[in-house]
Design a protein around this ligand. Structure first.
Ligand code: PMP
Length: 377
C-alpha cells in the first residue's frame, strides 16, 4: 500500500507494518474475551509469584532512589555478576554481556544490528512468532525450516536452506511453542554448521532453566561466536518487569549497546537491582513442580492426543484427533477452555499449544475438557 492509495493516517503507515500479521492470536483473545469463567491453558508465563526476595529488592531499589536512568549496558554489579556466571559456563576469550529490556529487547537489538535488507534469516517452524516479525522489521526475509513431526531440528534440512544471502539462524531450545529440546549432538552440529558457513547464530535461551529430562545444552559451547539472548521473565516470574541480558562477541554487543542507547535507553533501573537478588534465588522447586505437572498432563492425555514436545519450557504441542488446530480451539473456547492453535506459531494448523504453568486444579480441569473434546472428535 502506498500513501497515494490511502490518504490520511492509514497512508502514513510504513509498508512493513502490513507485513506483520498479528490477527491469529488476536482472534483467539477476542473469542476468549466473551468468557466469564475460563480454564486457561493458554498462558506463556509461570504461574508462581515472583519470589519474595526479588519483590523486596525491587521495593528497596525504588525506596533507595534507583529511579533514574542506568548506564545503557546495565548497572555494573549486575553486569559483573552475569559476566562471572557466563564465564564459568563458557570459557571464551570474547564473550561480553549487556543487560536488556527483557529477552524481547535483546532480540530487537540483535536482529536490527545483524539483519539488513536482502538478508535471509533461518527460523524454525513451529517457532516463537516474534522472530519472524523482527526479521520483517529489519528488512530481512525469513526462511523457515520445518521441524514436524518430531519438533527436533534436522541439520540437513537447515544446510539445504542456506544460500549465499543467509546471515542469521535463530535457534530456541527448549522452544516455544513445543517445549521440545534437541539432543546435544544435534545442537553441536547446528552450531558447527553456522560456524562453517560464516552465519551468525542467535540462541534464545529464555527457557534454559526449565529442562525436565536432560541438562540444558547451549550451541555457544561449540560455536564461541553464538549470540545468546536470555532473561529473567520466565525463570523468576518477572514477565512484566522487562529484564533480560545478551552475551556474545564484543563487537556485536557493542553495536547492540549503541542501539539500546537510542531505543530502550536502558533496562528498567530498579528492576536491575531486583535482578541482582534473583541471581541468588533457587528456582529448583518450581522446576520440579513443572516436571510433575508435565508428567501428570502427559499421563492424562496420552491415548487421546499425539503428544509432541514437553522436554522443557512449560508447553505440550498436541495433535488433536481430526488434525485441525483452529477448529479444535474454537470448540475448546465454546466449552470455556483457552488454548492456542499451532497456526499462531506455524505455517501448519495441525496442532494446539497447551501450557502447564497453572495450578493443579486448573490442570485437572483443563485435562478433563481436553479429553472430552478429543472424545467428541
Ligand atoms: N523468547 C521466547 C521463546 C518466548 O517464549 C518469550 C516470551 N513468550 C520471549 C522470548 C520474550 O520474553 P521476555 O518477557 O523476556 O521479553
Amino acid at each position: 500500500m502506498t500513501q497515494s492509495d490511502h490518504p490520511g493516517p492509514g497512508g502514513w503507515i510504513a509498508d512493513r507494518m502490513h507485513h506483520i500479521d498479528a490477527s491469529g492470536i488476536r482472534r483467539i483473545f477476542d473469542l476468549a474475551a466473551g468468557l466469564d469463567q475460563a480454564v486457561d491453558l493458554s498462558i506463556g508465563q509461570p504461574h508462581f509469584s515472583t519470589p519474595e526476595p526479588i519483590r523486596r529488592a525491587l521495593a528497596d531499589a525504588v525506596e533507595n532512589g534507583h529511579n533514574g536512568y542506568s548506564p545503557s549496558p546495565g548497572i555494573p554489579p549486575l553486569r559483573e555478576a552475569l559476566q562471572q556466571s557466563i564465564d564459568s559456563q563458557h570459557d571464551h576469550h570474547d564473550r561480553r554481556v549487556m543487560v536488556t529490556s527483557g529477552t524481547s529487547g535483546g532480540l530487537v537489538l540483535a536482529l536490527c544490528c545483524l539483519v539488513e535488507p536482502g538478508d535471509e534469516v533461518i527460523l524454525f517452524d513451529p517457532g516463537f512468532m516474534m522472530y519472524q516479525h523482527l526479521v520483517t522489521l529489519a528488512g530481512g526475509t525469513a526462511v523457515t525450516v520445518d521441524t514436524y513431526p518430531s519438533f527436533s531440528v534436522d541439520v540437513d534440512r537447515v544446510a539445504a536452506a542456506i544460500t549465499d544471502r543467509t546471515k542469521v539462524i535463530v535457534y530456541n531450545s527448549p522452544g516455544n511453542p513445543t517445549g521440545a529440546m534437541d539432543a546435544p549432538a544435534t545442537i553441536d552440529a547446528l552450531a558447527r554448521l553456522a560456524e562453517n558457513n560464516n552465519i551468525a547464530l542467535i540462541s534464545d535461551e529464555i527457557y534454559s532453566r526449565f529442562c525436565y529430562d536432560q541438562p540444558f545444552h547451549s550451541p555457544a559451547s561449540t560455536n564461541p561466536a553464538t549470540l545468546v539472548i536470555d532473561g529473567f521473565s520466565k525463570s523468576h516470574s518477572m514477565t512484566g518487569w522487562r529484564l533480560g541480558f545478551a552475551h556474545g562477541p564484543g563487537e556485536i554487543i557493542e553495536q547492540m549497546i549503541k542501539l539500546q542507547q537510542f531505543t530502550f535507553v536502558c533496562a528498567p533501573h530498579p528492576v536491575q537491582w531486583a535482578g541482582m537478588a534473583a541471581l541468588d534465588v533457587d528456582i529448583a522447586e518450581h522446576v520440579d513442580d513443572y516436571r510433575r505437572k508435565r508428567d501428570r498432563l502427559v499421563e492424562r492425555l496420552s491415548g487421546h492426543f499425539e503428544i509432541g514436545g514437553g522436554a522443557g519450557a512449560f508447553y505440550l504441542f498436541l495433535a488433536p484427533p481430526g488434525g485441525n488446530g483452529t477448529e479444535f480451539v474454537h470448540r475448546a473456547i465454546e466449552r470455556g477452555l483457552l488454548i492456542v492453535p499451532g497456526s499462531v506459531f506455524s505455517g501448519s494448523d495441525s496442532h494446539i499449544r497447551v501450557s502447564f504453568a497453572v495450578d493443579d486444579q486448573t490442570l485437572e480441569a483443563g485435562a478433563d475438557l481436553l479429553i472430552e473434546l478429543a472424545q467428541q472428535s
